[in-house]
Write a protein that binds this ligand. Structure first.
Ligand SMILES: Nc1ncnc2c1ncn2[C@@H]1O[C@H](COP(=O)(O)OP(=O)(O)OP(=O)(O)O)[C@@H](O)[C@H]1O
Ligand SMILES: [Mg+2]
Length: 342
């Protein structure tokens, strides 16, 4: 079965073709970063309009790259939620209309299920059951995964997501949007230990997170530096970025270990934009080795939003005969543990 995947939940237009026999045939991505960067964050209406402009030409480009026609598509999967309602509507309407015209089944996919299953696109995918750390721009969640659609939420952020905290801390250091990769790059030249940031909620039991305090701590650190020594120079900014990243990474590592031990599992999957963070990957690999556990993640381009993860997740569900009627419905808020198993 050859599935077209469509991702339009936020500021990336992503399309991909996944074949149940041959694997991923191709994918194309258009990022709206340039559209939103002057505002320092995503402007929902601009995002919807840009998806309208880019989605169909991107599908044509994908088919052309793969040497295929629209009539070679056996099913369509589009992101149904969570996400920005207008942006989701563009993908859902286009996916539904294409499916109707081609007379193939279509299905709305949960964006976070897409992220969670993205490491399945790699050559050595993880086996169920595992713990997933979903760590992106809008989510920080620890989930027990027993199979596709069998998800139990173990803990989540009570306020900001880790990616959101990276983005906001970056703004305080005058870095461009999205801030995660910028902080990571700057932190490479930072001195570990010049500044020390707290590890929120690690001194109490449980698997929830809180990242908004780290944001305030960053703001206060910059203000204190400005008061005592003038505005932070390049080295001071790098040292603050380094301290911030270490605090987020340490916190995530501690909670991942705790989740694995609590659930008596030895496989961890990290997914979502922040899972592209090299320091997080290094630190998890080291920490998990000590408890005979292993960490799996997707290649960089499939950590942030993309069409391949939606095509893969949709393919698994469409092969299990799951599909939806003609009505175009999106679900901007959609808890992961409400999904049906296959
Ligand atoms: N190397 C990195 N280090 C830290 N953060 C990163 C890195 N690369 C990307 N990010 C962060 O990942 C986030 C984007 O990831 P993603 O595209 O998965 O999120 P989203 O789709 O906006 O949110 P969600 O998936 O929760 O709806 C941004 O916050 C970005 O700063
Ligand atoms: Mg995402």
């Amino acid at each position: 079965m050859r599935i077209l995947g469509i991702e339009t939940s936020c500021d990336e237009t992503g399309v991909a073709l996944y074949d149940s026999e041959q694997g991923l045939l191709g994918h194309c991505l258009y990022s709206q970063i340039a559209v939103h960067s002057e505002y320092g964050g995503v402007v929902p209406e601009l995002a919807s309009r840009d998806h309208v402009r880019k989605l169909l030409p991107l599908v044509d480009e994908l088919l052309n790259d793969c040497g295929l026609q629209k009539t070679d598509i056996d099913g369509i999967a589009y992101t149904k939620g969570p996400g920005l309602v207008g942006a989701l509507m563009v993908g859902a309407c286009t996916g539904r209309a294409l499916a109707m015209a081609l007379d193939v089944p279509a299905l709305g996919v949960h964006h976070m299920e897409g992220h969670l299953l993205a490491p399945m696109l790699e050559t050595s995918p993880p086996n169920f059951p595992f713990i997933a750390l979903l760590v992106s721009g809008g989510h920080t969640q620890l989930v027990r995964v027993d199979g596709i659609g069998q998800y139990r939420l173990l803990g989540e952020s009570l306020d900001d997501a880790a990616g959101e905290a990276f983005d906001k801390a970056a703004k305080m250091l005058d870095l461009d949007y999205p801030g995660g990769p910028m902080i990571a790059k700057l932190a490479e030249s930072g001195e570990v230990g010049r500044f020390t940031f707290p590890r929120p909620m690690t001194d109490r039991p449980g698997l929830d997170f809180s990242f908004s305090g780290l944001k305030t701590f960053t703001l206060n650190t910059v203000a204190k530096h400005a008061q005592e020594n003038g505005l932070p120079d390049d080295q001071a900014c790098a040292d603050i970025a380094c301290a911030f990243q270490e605090a987020v990474v340490d916190t995530l590592v501690i909670k991942c270990r705790r989740a694995l031990e609590q659930e008596h599992l030895t496989t961890l999957v990290i997914a979502g934009g922040v899972s592209a963070n090299t320091r997080l990957r290094e630190r998890l690999e080291l920490a998990l080795k000590k408890i005979n556990s292993h960490v799996f993640y997707a290649r960089h381009e499939f950590c942030t939003d993309n069409g391949a993860m939606i095509a893969y997740a949709g393919c698994q569900r469409l092969m299990a005969q799951q599909q939806e009627g003609l009505a175009v419905k999106v679900t901007p808020r959609w808890p992961l543990d409400q999904l049906s198993p296959i």
